[in-house]
Ligand binder design. Structure first.
Ligand code: ADP
Ligand code: GN1
Ligand code: MG
Length: 388
């Protein structure tokens, strides 16, 4: 179900639609199979196989949600620049960048169809999967290492500054204002039933502005960040469980490193899915935080300032609170932003985030102590042997 006004990823898209789209991207042949792919809340993703000249080739087709990304041209300009830069970086290391955009016959990075929808195509990376639940610290280490390497590679992207594809995306105080506006308007009459959740956010309003205040005071630098580092946005090799590449690049733009590290914490430390309805199952597992921290520092540690490192443990609380507030806002507004799959889905998601915030708050002293220990031993190998 989607409430965004953009058609959802359904089986109603027949092979001939992908054949027409494929033609625009210079892909000839018949479509053998086209299947919806992944659990994203915003765009529609399909794995599409084409046959031709006795061989078959697979691609990822994505329809960009242009209600959410108001300027898809800017999104694609960013992604094109970022992938070209990552390609150069890989080449310098004697490696091959795994992810490539397929351009249209006209050389564009996207195609606009007759309905006005925007499509892009990537090469299909085989032998990998994305994990919605992180089942081992080694996997958390590896994914965090990949996201850190992604930030490190983009640190020297030449100007101009990337477009802000969604302005104020991680402005948590503004997200809280949006929640207050939704509560005041209460168009669906849902606010009264979620008073405890609204209060949960209100009492944490001071924490919401902490990092932005430090950025304004020039104590935290702007970086190029991914901004949607759900652990399922890194592809992991089936063969050796190494991270192969970071995907879902629509929100790559200027930001604080904490937005990325915080979302890694949010999506890895609990053994439960993001929408877990049984709140008693939600945990903040310290060993997963440790693996994330060590993995992230192994690739990003060299460019982070001491002040940036100092706030890494808090980033999980911040981003989990922020996303929880966004889910709650969407529930109150009538599920107009995130795709939902059942009534009350956004409320379940919000409640799960808030329980995780509590668990992370309780873990703050241990997380901070660990960071202190690692800082003391800086310069020694960042990864314990069992994480290699
Ligand atoms: P969404 O915005 O819907 O989350 P993603 O870009 O994360 O979109 O892609 C959704 C899913 O599609 C991923 O979780 C992954 O399983 C699969 N996927 C995306 N890109 C590729 C690719 N280039 N090769 C193989 N699988 C991919
Ligand atoms: C959305 O598209 P997807 O599912 O990777 C959202 C993120 C949220 C996430 C919560 C553009 O990401 O900000 O953290 O859902 N993306 C956008 O699961 O709003
Ligand atoms: Mg994704």
């Amino acid at each position: 179900m989607t409430a965004t006004g953009v058609p959802s990823a359904t089986s109603t898209i027949g092979p001939s639609v992908f054949e027409d789209l494929g033609h625009a991207f210079g892909l000839s042949g018949k479509v053998l199979r086209a299947a919806p792919c992944g659990n994203g809340h915003i765009n529609d993703t399909f794995a599409v196989s084409f046959s031709g000249n006795g061989a078959s080739a697979r691609y990822i087709f994505q329809r960009i949600n242009h209600r959410v990304f108001r300027e898809p041209e800017c999104v694609m300009e960013n992604i094109d620049r970022v992938l070209r830069h990552l390609y150069e970086k890989a080449l310098e290391r004697g490696e091959r960048a795994p992810l490539k955009l397929i351009h249209t016959r006209n050389g564009n990075s996207f195609h606009r169809d007759r309905c006005g929808d925007y499509w892009r195509v990537y090469n299909f990376i085989a032998g990998v999967r994305s994990h919605d639940i992180v089942r081992s610290p080694a996997l958390a280490f590896e994914a965090a290492r990949a996201f850190g390497a992604f930030q490190a590679d983009l640190a020297d992207l030449p100007p101009p500054r990337l477009h802000e594809t969604i302005p104020h995306f991680h402005d948590t105080p503004r997200r809280l204002e949006n929640l207050e506006r939704a509560v005041a308007e209460d168009r669906e009459g849902r606010a009264a039933a979620v008073r405890p959740e609204i209060e949960f956010v209100r009492v944490r309003a001071d924490a919401a502005g902490r990092l932005l205040a430090l950025q304004r005071a020039r104590q935290l630098p702007e970086r190029i960040t991914h901004n949607d580092t759900k652990l399922n946005n890194v592809l992991i090799s089936d063969a050796d469980h190494r991270a192969i590449c970071v995907i879902d690049l629509d929100t790559v733009m200027p930001g604080l490193v904490h937005y990325d590290f915080g979302d890694m914490i949010r999506t890895s430390v609990s053994p439960t899915p993001e929408d877990e309805p049984d709140l008693d199952r939600i945990e903040a597992r310290f060993e997963y935080f440790e693996a994330l921290l060590r993995g992230y520092l192994s690739s990003a540690g060299a460019f982070l300032t001491p002040e940036e490192r100092r706030h890494l443990p808090f980033s999980g609380v911040l981003i989990t609170l922020e996303i929880g507030a966004r889910f709650l806002t969407d529930h109150i507004e009538g599920d107009v932003y995130f795709k939902i799959h059942r009534p009350g889905h956004n409320l379940d998601r919000a409640r799960a985030q808030f329980r995780l915030v509590e668990r992370l708050e309780a873990l703050m002293p241990r997380m901070t102590d660990l960071l202190g220990e690692i800082e003391e031993h800086a310069g020694e190998d960042a990864a314990p042997p069992n994480h290699r």
